[in-house]
Design a binder for this molecule. Structure first.
Ligand SMILES: NC(=O)c1ccc[n+]([C@@H]2O[C@H](COP(=O)([O-])OP(=O)(O)OC[C@H]3O[C@@H](n4cnc5c(N)ncnc54)[C@H](OP(=O)(O)O)[C@@H]3O)[C@@H](O)[C@H]2O)c1
Length: 281
């Protein structure tokens, strides 16, 4: 049995991963910005879970969660850095506060949690860190430069960290889903103000109009089932091994076929919607 720590475990991919691993009998340190949003899942698995408030932008809060979890006998062996969201719109039109928030959440959040959890994994001489990047962490799309920047950074951080901590028996994996059915493209999406109100005076009006239409069509219609991601990560942990890069979903395969440079990444594997386990190297 493993003890997983999952950020943003209240909905979307984080919630789905939590459910899959709890059903398999593992324990989970559930975290979310609003701890009340974790009540239902905690009440369903009272013995297997503990729940804490955690805004991943807050480094001290991350360390506090680990301290309290340890005092209750929950010592993590698996970290899933899942919390994150998309900031979209032309770079020129993005307000500085929105840019800072995106970096603080999608990148610094991953760093703080790695720093807080690594001492526990090192002491146990084993463990897994799954950093939820994105296919946007491997190639850029117009209109999502800041999201791309943070996800590329998560991919790079994971690639380097995996080598740094391998001698301690710790696997670090950059997990890059294609589109999966969550609130990512709807409720959670932060838009540049000129995209939000489709401001015709913005030089990026045409791009923004296209993006607004694309996200409206995409919202909650994405082909991927978030539980699939949970099953893939669970299989890695059960196998006692994870590749450095996992590209997930059928749409991601199109990208994989188009961007041949991806094949030069060491230990990169593609997993379609039907598959559930990477092939051990
Ligand atoms: N869905 C996709 O197609 C897709 C594809 C590639 C990558 N991803 C990545 O997958 C991860 C999960 O996204 P999702 O698709 O599940 O979207 P989602 O349904 O919008 O869930 C996002 C989660 O992140 C949490 N979060 C946001 N900012 C946070 C913060 N500062 N501190 C703690 N939690 C925070 C949210 O908490 P609140 O409820 O408090 O807002 C929520 O639990 C993200 O990193 C996203 O970039 C998603």
């Amino acid at each position: 049995m493993h003890t997983w720590l999952i950020t943003g475990a209240n909905r979307g991919i984080g919630r789905a991963i939590a459910e899959v691993v709890l059903e398999a009998g593992h324990r989970v340190i559930l975290t979310a910005r609003r701890v009340e949003a974790l009540r239902e899942i905690h009440e369903r698995y009272p013995e297997q879970t503990i729940a804490f408030p955690l805004d991943v932008q807050q480094r001290t809060q991350a360390f506090f969660v680990l301290e309290r979890a340890e005092s209750q006998g929950f010592i993590p062996t698996v970290l899933v850095n899942n919390a994150g969201y998309g900031l979209v719109g032309a770079l020129e039109d993005l307000p500085p506060e929105a840019i800072h928030r995106q970096i603080q959440t999608n990148l610094c959040g991953v760093i703080w949690l790695c720093q807080a959890v690594l001492p526990f994994l090192r002491r146990q001489g084993k463990g897994f860190i799954f950093n939820i990047s994105s296919i946007a962490g491997y190639f850029g799309f117009k209109g999502t430069s800041l999201y791309n920047a943070t996800k590329f950074a998560v991919t790079g951080l994971s690639e380097a960290l995996s080598q740094e901590v391998a001698p301690f028996g710790i696997y670090v994996c950059s997990v890059a889903p294609g589109p999966y059915r969550t609130d990512w493209a709807g409720l959670s999406l932060e838009k540049a103000p000129t995209l939000e109100r489709l401001d015709p005076s913005s030089p990026y009006y045409e791009l923004h109009a296209l993006m607004a239409e694309r996200y409206a069509q995409m919202d909650r219609q994405q082909p991927g089932d978030p539980r699939h991601i949970g099953r893939v990560l669970l299989r890695c942990v059960e196998m006692g091994w994870a590749p450095r890069h996992l590209i997930l979903g059928d749409e991601a395969r199109q990208v994989w076929e188009r961007y041949t440079f991806l094949r030069n990444f060491p230990e990169l594997q593609f997993i379609s919607h039907e598959e559930e386990a990477p092939t051990r190297a």
